[in-house]
Design a protein around this ligand. Structure first.
Ligand SMILES: [Zn+2]
Length: 340
């Protein structure tokens, strides 16, 4: 039986197409033109890496993030401009674990010429998930276990110190502040999730980005598509998920900002065709963050947005006081897109 309160999706789904217009943004643009900027140039891939790198590097470095809001890193192919950007880098920071699958060759080619570092390198291999369907490879979506992302932030710190030893004190000071913030975030996630009874912790999303989230915070996680988005969801995947929703009475499923929403909508339609209902509980940021300048455009803000969205839609007590301002806004509807 389901008697869960129905709540409006905290993040307006209408904002999704608008958010997608902001793709291809270079997240790290600054005032000085690149040619006259003598600071170390650090090129990053996904927004979550861009964010922690900017936080730790501060004004000592220039950061160029390749993948903006709505961009799918599994499918992302480097453009000629990206290759030039990599070529001008003093350090390249990427996710690794085959996250940037379509750039693997380019990254390994760069490795011989430019300092590169996968931010997941220092995570204990025993802590990595190796789902059977991924054929011996690790799941790359480590950022939704905040504790693992703290390790990634330490790796970024070490890489910046190696690149620019004169800035070590600066980097370590900013890193300590960030790590304290992330430690607090980790505690907040545990507290917020504990509002949901364990039986309601079933997270159904567009693709398998949330396995680390599930392990860390006690959710059963089902993705319609696999770990990578290269293979589209088939009718078998849809039927499997529909059966699970019917069996467990799951009240809500979720769309993701970097994945087309049609497969999730197909699940909803199939559930309704069987005489039950399931809500689309809101938009989750999985492999890309929100627009620059919004709360969801930061790593911590995106984690809070996702957790609030999940807990609210699955029947928690609603966002706690003081967080509501993050949930009321669908993000900036326009602007906020720095020129490339
Ligand atoms: Zn993914």
């Amino acid at each position: 039986m389901r008697t869960l309160p129905r709540r409006a999706a905290p993040f307006s789904l209408l904002a999704l197409p608008i958010a997608l217009l902001g793709t291809g943004v270079l997240a790290g643009c600054r005032e000085a033109s690149p040619a006259e900027d003598a600071r170390p140039h650090v090129v990053t891939t996904i927004g979550m890496i861009t964010d922690i790198t900017q936080r730790i590097g501060g004004e000592r470095i220039r950061v160029t993030g390749l993948m903006g809001p709505g961009v799918d890193p599994h499918l992302y192919k480097a453009s000629a401009g990206d290759v030039r950007t990599f070529g001008s880098a003093d350090l390249i920071l990427y996710g690794g674990l085959h996250l940037e699958a379509a750039m693997a060759e380019l990254l390994s080619e760069m490795d011989g010429r430019i300092r590169t570092r996968a931010v997941t390198d220092d995570i204990d291999r025993d802590l990595l998930l190796t789902p059977p369907e991924f054929q011996g490879q690790h799941d790359p979506h480590v950022w939704f276990d905040v504790a693992l992302w703290i390790t990634a932030a330490r790796t970024v710190t070490d890489a910046l110190v190696e690149l620019d030893p004169d800035g070590a004190g600066d980097y370590r000071q900013r890193s300590d502040a960030l790590l304290a913030e992330l430690t607090e975030l980790e505690a907040w996630v545990h507290a917020r999730v504990s509002e949901l009874p364990e039986a309601r912790r079933v997270l159904i999303t567009a693709h398998d980005a949330f396995n680390y989230f599930g392990r860390a915070y006690g959710f059963r996680v089902e993705g319609l598509q696999g770990l990578s988005t290269v293979a589209e969801a088939g009718t078998g995947d849809v039927q499997r998920v529909v059966s699970l929703i019917l069996e467990l009475g799951v009240p809500a499923i979720f769309v993701e900002s970097s994945i087309p929403r049609r497969t999730v909508e197909a699940v909803q339609a199939a559930v309704r065709a069987r005489g039950q209902d399931v809500e689309i509980g809101g938009l989750l940021f999985s492999d890309a963050m929100g627009d620059p300048g919004t709360d969801e455009g930061t790593y911590a803000g995106m984690v809070r947005h996702n957790v609030n969205t999940i807990v609210t839609a699955l029947g928690g007590m609603g966002p706690d006081e003081g967080r509501s301002e993050e949930l009321g806004s669908p993000g900036r509807p326009e602007g906020g897109v720095p020129e490339g």
